[in-house]
Design a protein around this ligand. Structure first.
Ligand code: ADP
Ligand code: ADP
Length: 207
């Protein structure tokens, strides 16, 4: 198991899930993703309601719930790749209190590409792997037939999620530019090219 502590950050659809999976496999890291954790707990009642209400509207789930998920996951991990968190300033502060980051990978992708990627995204319910109707369909027919579209990957909700990203998460990324482990990655490239840049950046910063 690796001990690298890696944050991968970028807009919805930037390719965080796709690349996190590769990082977790290559370096033996825990993939800590708030999106997946919340989808598994969509109907848990909290004093602010259920995660589902926020997620289906494309809004951020309240910090208390998300912070708790991240704290528990990081406590039990040696090395990790953190994906989908932090998304606002208050989550940044909380994260700083519980861990230190070696590398901050910023996946940069333009808005029109993001909309195409999200509305075309399909998920394998058995493995959680992400595919794309145009850019990345599985060869296996059995997998192709069971792919599903996420409830929040419709054009209307996608636009709202991108608005929420601009308002809350963009300033977070700007602040990480001063972090010593910060590296900007051109996320418009093919998945393999993005992966080459990521691996090089991680190896350089954690050698
Ligand atoms: P995120 O976790 O940042 O929301 P995903 O990894 O789920 O992003 O990727 C969003 C969609 O774009 C998926 O359908 C995925 O297959 C596709 N995708 C990911 N990376 C690329 C890439 N470099 N080029 C083209 N499509 C990509
Ligand atoms: P994407 O792949 O588009 O980046 P995620 O799977 O990371 O999407 O997140 C899906 C939804 O889960 C978000 O729109 C939001 O409602 C909720 N969510 C995920 N992470 C967080 C977080 N750190 N803070 C608040 N809400 C979150």
């Amino acid at each position: 198991m690796g001990d690298q502590q890696i944050l991968i950050i970028g807009a919805p659809g930037a390719g965080k899930g796709t690349q996190s999976k590769r990082l977790a496999e290559e370096y033996g890291l825990e993939h800590v993703t708030t999106g997946d954790a919340l989808r598994e707990n969509k109907d848990v009642e909290t004093e602010h309601g259920t995660p589902r209400e926020y997620m289906e509207a494309g809004e951020l789930v309240p910090d208390e719930l998300v912070n708790e998920i991240v704290k528990e996951a990081l406590e039990s991990a040696d090395g990790y790749v953190l994906d989908g968190y932090p998304r606002n300033e208050s989550q940044v502060e909380y994260l700083e209190g519980i861990t230190e980051l070696d590398v901050v990978l910023h996946l940069e992708v333009g808005e029109e590409t993001l909309v195409d990627r999200l509305t075309g995204r399909r998920v394998d319910p058995e493995t959680g792997d992400n595919y794309h109707v145009e850019f990345d369909m599985p060869d296996d027919e059995e997998i192709r037939e069971r792919l599903e579209q996420r409830d929040d990957d419709t054009e209307e909700t996608v636009r709202e999620r991108l608005r929420v990203f601009e308002e809350n998460t963009k300033p977070v990324i700007e602040n990480y530019e001063d972090h010593e482990g910060y590296v900007r990655i051109d996320g418009e490239q093919s998945p393999d090219e993005v992966w080459d840049d990521i691996r090089e950046a991680v190896n350089e910063r954690t050698a």
